[in-house]
Design a protein around this ligand. Structure first.
Ligand SMILES: [Zn+2]
Length: 249
């Protein structure tokens, strides 16, 4: 008897739609149980794109949830986030740079030159997670921007080392008896080499696309990986109103 009771209650919970006047439907908020027109309800979830484990709430309850989430995830420690982010940057930059420096002699030089951009998702993830950890597992736009900037710096450092390796390689050919490493001015490197190379890329369109997309993906990964707990929302659409909408279109 008790089982029946629970299952009927669950069914009621699954389908809280109470069809009223045509075209209008009222639904109960999952938190306060008051009924609202379906279009006023919002779906809230703690996981991006995962609305399976979400709740359907009214505007008041959504506001309440957002306040609670802000209290829980506010107060990110940006100084510690920066320290951890820089550590993450070093962890990725040093081995990748060494790898490029000591391997810059084979035919696929163009690939090694831009490796920092092709593999930008790596620093993006490592720096993003490090910043998130450093922030005290909190959430703020500033920490996300910090992760993005550090990732950009990381890709520039790696490409700078690669360009330096290229110059060194050329010097090796000219001065067979040894030479000092001629350091590239970082600013002229950025404007004369990095930007100029991207704007006037001659090797192949595919390689250029790899560099640009690799870089963008790295920055997006940094943005997502550094984010703390947030509330994701979308408007609530019932099967009935979905039908209506598609009918209109
Ligand atoms: Zn409510």
């Amino acid at each position: 008897m008790a089982k029946d009771n629970i299952s009927t209650r669950l069914e009621q919970f699954k389908e809280p739609i109470q069809p009223t006047i045509e075209g209008q439907e009222e639904l109960a908020c999952a938190l306060c149980y008051r009924s609202f027109p379906a279009k006023e309800l919002m779906v809230a979830s703690k996981e991006r794109f995962n609305f399976e484990a979400a709740v359907v709430v009214c505007p008041d309850c959504l506001e309440q949830l957002q306040v609670e989430m802000k209290e829980k995830s506010g107060g990110a420690d940006l100084v510690l986030a920066l320290i951890w982010g820089v550590l993450g940057l070093l962890i990725v930059t040093v081995p990748l740079s060494l790898m490029i420096w000591f391997n810059y002699t084979w035919p696929d030089r163009e690939l090694w030159l831009w490796l920092g951009c092709y593999l930008a998702f790596l620093p993006g993830f490592v720096i993003g997670r490090a910043v998130y950890y450093g922030s005290g597992s909190k959430h703020s736009l500033k920490q996300q921007l910090l992760a993005v900037v550090l990732t950009l710096v990381c890709t520039q450092l790696i490409t700078y080392v690669a360009k330096q390796a290229a110059i060194n390689f050329e010097m090796d050919i000219i001065y067979k008896n040894g030479h000092a490493v001629e350091l590239l001015n970082p600013f002229s490197y950025f404007f004369n080499f990095f930007l100029d190379s991207i704007l006037n890329f001659k090797t192949s369109q595919l390689a250029l696309a790899g560099i640009v997309f690799g870089l963008l993906i790295g920055l997006v990964v940094a943005w997502l990986a550094s984010a703390g707990p947030q509330l994701f929302t979308r408007p609530f659409v019932t099967p009935i109103s979905k039908k209506n909408n598609s009918g209109k279109k």
